[in-house]
Design a protein around this ligand. Sequence first.
Ligand code: GAP
Length: 508
Amino acid sequence: MTNNEDKLKKIISHAKEYGFVFQSSEIYDGLSAVYDYAQNGVELKKNIRNHWWKAMVQMNENIVGIDSAIFMHPTIWKASGHVDAFNDPLIDNKDSKKRYRADVLVEDYLAKIEAKINKEVEKAEKRYGDSFNKEEFLNTNQRVLANKEKMAEISARLYGSLEKNDLDDVKALIEELEIACPLSGSKNWTEVKQFNLMFATQMGSTAEGASEIYLRPETAQGIFVNYLNVQKTGRMKIPFGIAQTGKAFRNEIVARQFIFRMREFEQMEMQFFVRPGEEMKWYDYWKAERMVWHLSLGMSAENYRFHDHEKLAHYANAAADIEFNFPMGFKELEGIHSRTDFDLKAHEKYTGKKLRYFDPELNESYVPYVIETSIGLDRMFLALFSAAYNEETLEDGSERVVLNLPAVLAPYKAAILPLMKKDGLPEKAREIMAELQEDFMCQYEEKDAIGKRYRRQDAIGTPFCITIDHDSIADNTVTIRDRDTMKQERVSIKDLREIIAKKIRNKA
Ligand code: GAP
């Protein structure tokens, strides 16, 4: 097992053991790629959602929110291109009967070549020490250059063939690269076929009267079809944005890697409506803004990188991902897309209704261009959870697992812990609890030795443990323990609210 697989396994088991994420329908042996958020997970997830909403809606006068329905008129998905083009190429292995995404098989092959390049870099770094120049090495080492060229050739062929829908060539590429089924080692593949990712269901009570509708595969279309209503009722002037968070559904062929790729997940999306011709300025603006948001959460900048798309989705004229260093390596966390006027024009065409904006400054009407920011809430959860998960050996040799979550997102902000269950300490602790829980999620715990209780709070990421002892009764002070430094301070009970508020204040 690689270190990466090992880390993901630890995260999955920690998420279960400490009440963050459970497999859906677990007592029925689970439902593949569907997960439930448990008592601590639901708090973390809600805090991420609220933090995003604050940054996008509360802090921007020209962005408002909506909450559109999951079910929408089925023609919307025809207009958006999802009925015809929201496909993944699938391939089956005839021996293992396992199904794969053909492009992912090739991408995994590319990742192996990239791993080889990284190994070369690591070896050279060790050999040359401080005098090592990574950039120069990457641009001059013959083995690295040969591998880079090979990667470029394979990518160009894969994405070129997918673009042309030449699925025979995608299969030929898999065969030429001698890619084997990871499960059985067999190279006995079926043809590559396109598979639509939308879930369909019936709306209406009788078979004849029922019509087929889809569970939305993205929240964005709910924004597009409401854009003019919002613009008019909110008297919005371009440039303006509409944000929403909500469930999306995709029948992913290969659903794996825990909550990274799910069949039911949540998106946080914002469509920003701009003048045609100004889209690249706003595209750059939102790329930069979204990265600032991520970095403000205090996780190391090395965990993030941009990936500019070569293969563009059917609706985009520019697109980039913010990738995060997940336990499985760098993968897409958020997408920033310049969607042109594709969606609004398509809805005009299918409805016969004008979706134009009258620009009073230009004295003309036009269909706005759109910049989209789209982040998976579950993916953000996984990014935070995996970066925050740390195993530490303490000075006395003991071990602790701590979630160094940004305080603003932690499920509980404080734990209220009476040192003993007697001498009036629980009563005093209850008073503090009653006072603080008005403003913060707090947990009251009096069972087990104090060290054990600290460990439990570390494991769920509680930034503060407040301990009530005999002195607390005498002088109205308590100790407050910081999760990250484990340092304890004696403070006055009346200052607790301000101390916690200061720590969790995080500019969104
Ligand atoms: N409206 C644009 C759109 O939906 P996307 O790149 O397909 O674009 C946006 O999805 C984000 O949604 C991704 O960056 C990812 O964070 C999240 N996402 C997509 N598919 C997902 C899945 N199956 N499970 C979890 N998150 C997913």
